[in-house]
Design a protein around this ligand. Structure first.
Ligand code: CDP
Length: 227
C-alpha cells in the first residue's frame, strides 16, 4: 500500500498527540510531534535567558539548537535538545505559558517548518501540530482537524498535568488553554485553522481508539484509491 503523509492539526487538548501516535503505530508510520520542536526551542530560550520579545535572537537560537525526536517502543517520542533528554521538561506549565510567543516568530517557524518538511518528505508519516495541513505538508493525502469543547480539552489537559505532579486549578488551566488557542488562531503566520480539504472531527465524545479507527479507515480509503 502506498505510504502517505497524514496531517493532524487542532488546538491544545483536542487529542492530537495521542491519536497521531496510535495512528502511526497502527500503520507502522513515523510519528512526528511538531509541537515538541516549538517547545524545545522555548525551553532553550528560557534557559539561556533569551527575551521572548527578541525575534532575531529567537530565530538564531532555533537555527543553532539541535532537536532530535526519537521513537520509543511504546510509540511515543523522546525529545532531545543538544543531546540532553527534555521529554518531560518541555511539558511544564512554564513552557505552556511561553511557547505560543516563540511559535509566532517568522524566523523560528522558517527553520522548524523546513525540518518538518524534510522529515515528512518520503511519506509514511503522521505529523501533528497547528499548521501541518495548511503549511508544512499542504500536499498531504489525509488531513484531519481535531476539535473538542473547551471544557473537555481543559479536563484532559488537567488530568495529564496532574498525573505528572503539577498542581493546577481547573480555572487557571482553562484560561491558559483559551489564551493559547487565541494566540495560535489569531497570529499572522501559519495560524491554527483547518485546511480547506481537512476532515474536521469533534472528539468531545469519542475515545482515542474511536478517533484512531476513523483516521485509519480514511487512510486505507485514500491509499487504495488511485489519485
Ligand atoms: O500538546 P498541545 O496541543 O498543548 O501543544 P503542542 O502541540 O505541543 O504545541 C505547543 C505550541 O506550539 C502550540 O500552542 C503552538 O503555539 C505551537 N505550534 C505551532 O505553532 N505549530 C505547530 N505545528 C505545532 C505547535
Amino acid at each position: 500500500m502506498k505510504k502517505l503523509q497524514i496531517a493532524i492539526d487542532g488546538p491544545a487538548g483536542s487529542g492530537k498527540s495521542t491519536v497521531a501516535r496510535l495512528v502511526a503505530q497502527a500503520l507502522g508510520y513515523l510519528y512526528v510531534d511538531t509541537g515538541a520542536m516549538y517547545r524545545a526551542v522555548t525551553l532553550a530560550a528560557l534557559r539561556r535567558g533569551v527575551s521572548l520579545g527578541d525575534e532575531e535572537a529567537l530565530a538564531q537560537l532555533a537555527a543553532a539548537v539541535r532537536i532530535e525526536l526519537k521513537s520509543m517502543p511504546d510509540g511515543g517520542q523522546a525529545v532531545f535538545l543538544d543531546g540532553e533528554e527534555v521529554t518531560q521538561a518541555i511539558r511544564s506549565p512554564e513552557i505552556n505559558g511561553a511557547v505560543s510567543q516563540v511559535a509566532k516568530v517568522y524566523g523560528v517557524r522558517q527553520v522548524l517548518t523546513r525540518r518538518q518538511q524534510e522529515l515528512g518528505a518520503s511519506g509514511g508519516v503522521v505529523m501533528d501540530g497547528r499548521d501541518i495541513g495548511t503549511v508544512v505538508l499542504p500536499q498531504a493525502e489525509v488531513k484531519v482537524f481535531l476539535t473538542a469543547s473547551l471544557e473537555e480539552r481543559t479536563r484532559r489537559r488537567l488530568k495529564e498535568l496532574r498525573e505528572r505532579g503539577f498542581a493546577l486549578s481547573e480555572s487557571e488551566l482553562r484560561e491558559e488553554v483559551l489564551r493559547r488557542d487565541q494566540e495560535d488562531t489569531g497570529r499572522a503566520l501559519a495560524p491554527l485553522k483547518p485546511a480547506p480539504d481537512a476532515v474536521v472531527l469533534d472528539t468531545s465524545h469519542l475515545s482515542p481508539e474511536e478517533v484512531t479507527a476513523r483516521i485509519v479507515a480514511l487512510v486505507r480509503e485514500r491509499a487504495g484509491s488511485p489519485s
